[in-house]
Design a protein around this ligand. Structure first.
Ligand SMILES: NC(=O)C1=CN([C@@H]2O[C@H](COP(=O)(O)OP(=O)(O)OC[C@H]3O[C@@H](n4cnc5c(N)ncnc54)[C@H](O)[C@@H]3O)[C@@H](O)[C@H]2O)C=CC1
Ligand SMILES: O=c1[nH]c(=O)c2nc[nH]c2[nH]1
Length: 756
């Protein structure tokens, strides 16, 4: 096997040999050093998404694209990959990418600092999916991106047009409903109201030639020419009439029910694109969208974006004279995966440096040998925890051992008992596999997978899940790990291996020893986790309470499983019970008193009350506990149990009606582990200012184009001149004292901090 000391990658289509001796450097630091300052440093811990870039590589012979946080991505981990940054997809000279154009034209940037991150998240989603994403997927995909000034309404508006239009919009039923609704004299259109084109008996839309496909919505549209003259914005030539459209107008561009609303919210499609005018608003891509040379098509063969973008910009310039002329985006600017990387065989890496050395073995033996050789070495996979320890904990690690390329650690396998997941498998890959198994296998066998899959949507953001590994989360032994409670309550087993000591299997519930300590020797590595299938009448749930639902760490969480059996007297009794709780102790704990108590008991209200009382004994948090919120955490444990109890009761009652009728039906929502979050919607109303003055008109602001392309320079982006003097205020601890001399020796000894 070849060993290399020259890591290579491609950045925006250009080959780069990565600099030597930089094992501690992040991809973000490097990008900014080479002048790609469009990618921003926000939080530095994978929480805000300002540093999002797309990584592409060949995995199991397949080309993969995924968004990642460059702030946590070790530079050498990108060996063999293609990095696409916001500068790589479009710029104000050669033309904006449709994603950039949409965001600029929809007023989706204000200060613009988070903007490149939003662009790259959306871009990565479009590149990584075969068809068009759903609106739900688009919103979920943005959970790892924070915006603190523009607001999410225009951002979601901008991206909603890339969503697939639900087929339901075209059913005969929905069309008939719309016609009736129109006949009823309503004067506004709700977000899901279909347009009025007739369907044939097969349910296929028959297009009335007078009812064209609306380029704004990608659907048959009856707004016709009327909307052009009816709408106040159609005469302005503004590129920005988007803001007159209510945000919850859904993909069909229609306004929600309103009476006497704004002039643009009449029944007709508010889009000026209808009838031949383009407003740059791409349609929901009926049947899926694809980028095509010259712009985005709406799946109906119509070029709805790039042309319209040009028109928009020109129109605005003519009126406000504030907008730069936009170039037409062409697919030639789309960075493609480089041929060299397709053929490249990954080498072993050994990359020494003054502060740290990077090892990348390719075999399990190689990994175990390095682990034995360097007990101080740090195994790294996603670096989403180590990166934070280094930046905010000021930890330094002299040796990194990347476990990303070990086949055994990337393997997933289903056997007769369950699913085995390699320790280096990313959370995203695990989620996909769980989803597939839930779809393919009998429901009673996959209840653990179902519970895990539902929970993992709320485990960090997409960028983190795309790199963070299953093993990293386990070995990190966080007392509020989202997955450890479920492994512990479902009989999962971890396999570890060490050079000379062979393989050991440890039950998940025995693996966590104390705060951040696991039952693993320094020379051992975690190979995999085995998650058993559930059996008939097994019920599993995972609960998490955080400050916010998306992309947040838990305050408390829990994994709960019971196996129920029906006794001869017709009552449901507990055959097995396993409960694990996080956030209530320095490690994830089991609740042994409650587990014992439940054993053999009937699932009734007495058991519920006894269980809650017993949990209070299992959970002992003293008032000095780190994180505080003692009463709240205790209450959460009881609340999780209550919700689980209800869930099981409703499931049993559904299985055999009347057999466990403990709660009124309207309590059912309390049994849902992760309540469905409807699509976010919003609305903005403003008065139209007559005349052609710029003030008060909804024009895109002048910097939008350079913000969406990363060309806007912020103070952080301006390079320090060579030998620049850095200054910081030092407070005197004596008032009115005279400064007699300065001893700078300790300052001069400070090394240039590789992490700053
Ligand atoms: N930054 C963030 O927003 C979030 C971070 N996380 C953290 O991300 C981590 C997920 O994994 P990665 O990024 O891949 O972790 P990582 O590469 O940062 O490693 C985390 C820890 O696990 C150890 N480790 C990893 N794989 C191992 C193996 N096979 N055998 C022995 N030790 C191993 C590492 O040495 C390190 O101590 C979790 O620790 C989780 O707590 C999770 C969600 C959000
Ligand atoms: O299990 C986890 N879930 C999270 O959301 C998280 N964030 C940081 N570390 C984390 N671990």
């Amino acid at each position: 096997m070849a060993t290399s000391s020259t890591p290579i990658c491609y950045i925006n289509g250009k080959r780069k040999v990565l600099p030597p001796g930089r094992a501690e450097t992040t991809l973000l630091q490097y990008l900014r050093e080479i002048g790609l300052t469009g990618t921003k440093l926000g939080c530095g811990e994978g929480g805000c998404g300002a540093c999002t870039v797309m990584l592409s590589n060949i995995e199991n012979g397949q080309l993969q694209h995924r968004s990642v946080n460059a702030c946590l991505c070790p530079l050498y981990s990108i060996d063999g990959m293609h990095v696409v940054t916001v500068e790589g997809i479009g710029n104000s000279r050669d033309g904006l990418h449709p994603v950039q154009e949409r965001l600029a034209n929809s007023h989706g940037s204000q200060c613009g600092f988070c903007t490149p991150g939003f662009v790259m998240s959306m871009y990565s989603l479009l590149r990584s999916k075969a068809g068009a994403p759903s609106e739900q997927e688009i919103q979920e995909n943005l959970a790892g991106n924070l915006c603190r000034c523009t607001g999410y309404r225009p951002i979601l508006d901008a991206f909603r047009v890339f969503a697939e239009v639900p087929a339901g919009a075209y059913t005969e039923e929905s069309i008939a409903a719309h016609s009736q609704w129109k006949a009823g004299g309503n004067n506004a259109v709700g977000p899901t109201q279909p347009t009025g084109c007739p369907a044939d008996s097969s349910g296929t839309i028959k297009l009335n030639p007078s009812k064209a496909i609306c380029p704004s919505t990608g659907r048959p549209c009856d707004c016709g020419a009327a909307s052009q003259s009816d709408s106040p914005t159609s005469t302005s030539g503004s590129s920005d009439d988007m803001s007159l459209k209510p945000a919850n107008s859904h993909a069909n561009g229609h306004a929600p029910a309103q009476t006497g609303g704004h002039a643009s919210m009449d029944e007709s499609c508010t889009s000026k694109a209808c009838g031949g005018h383009s407003n740059g608003e791409a349609g929901g891509a009926a049947g899926g969208k694809k980028f095509a040379s010259g712009g985005l098509t709406n799946g109906l063969g119509m070029d709805v974006l790039s042309d319209s973008g040009v028109k928009k910009a020109e129109g605005a310039a003519a009126v406000g004279k504030a907008q730069p002329k936009q170039q037409r985006w062409t697919s030639a600017t789309e960075p493609i995966f480089p041929a060299e990387l397709r053929k490249r065989v990954a080498p072993i890496l050994h990359l020494p440096g003054p502060y740290a050395t990077w090892h990348r073995p390719l075999t399990l033996n190689g990994l175990l040998t390095l682990r034995e050789q360097y007990p101080e070495g740090k195994i790294v996979v996603g670096n989403t925890e180590i990166g934070i320890e280094m930046k905010y904990g000021r930890k330094t690690y002299p040796i990194f051992i990347a476990a990303t390329h070990i086949p055994e650690l990337n393997h997933m396998e289903v056997d007769a008992d369950g699913l085995t997941v390699g320790a280096a498998v990313t959370l995203t890959r695990l989620m996909r596999t769980l989803k597939q198994l839930v779809a393919d296998m009998p429901k009673h066998q996959t209840r653990t997978f179902q519970a895990m899959g539902e929970q993992m949507k709320y485990f960090a953001g997409n960028q983190i899940r795309n790199t963070a590994s299953v093993g990293g989360n386990i070995c990190n032994a966080s007392p509020i790990s989202d997955l450890n409670p479920i492994y512990m309550s479902t009989g999962s087993v971890f396999t570890v291996q060490g050079e000379g000591t062979g393989v050991r299997k440890i039950a998940a519930k025995d693996f966590f020893v104390s705060y951040r300590k696991v039952d693993m020797q320094p020379h051992e590595v975690l190979l995999n986790v085995h998650i058993p299938f559930t059996k008939q009448h097994d019920f599993v749930r995972e609960y998490k309470q955080a400050h916010r639902r998306d992309d947040d760490i838990a305050i408390a969480n829990a994994g709960m499983r019971v196996r129920m059996e029906m006794a001869t007297d017709g009552e449901w009794k507990v055959a097995e019970a396993e409960m694990a709780l996080g956030g209530v102790a320095p490690k994830t704990i089991m609740a042994p008193l409650t587990m014992d108590l439940l054993q053999g008991r009937v699932w009734n209200k007495e058991t519920l009350h006894a269980g809650i009382a017993s949990l209070a004994q299992d959970v002992y948090i003293n008032s000095q506990s780190p994180g505080g919120m003692v009463e709240f955490r205790r209450a959460m444990a009881a609340s999780f149990f209550f919700r689980f109890f209800m869930h099981v009761a409703f499931e049993l009652d559904a299985f055999k009606p009347g057999s466990c009728n403990l709660f009124p039906k309207n309590y059912r929502s309390g049994a849902i582990a992760h309540p469905h979050k409807p699509l976010s919607t919003g609305m903005q109303y403003f008065s139209k200012v007559p005349g052609d003055r710029v003030i008060g008109q909804p024009y895109r602001h002048a910097a939008a184009h350079v913000q969406v392309t990363g060309e806007a320079h912020y103070t952080d982006d301006i390079p320090l001149p060579g030998n620049a003097l850095r200054a910081a205020l030092v407070y005197s601890d004596r008032p009115h004292a005279k400064l007699l001399s300065i001893d700078a020796s300790s300052a001069l000894e400070v090394r240039k901090d590789p992490l700053s």
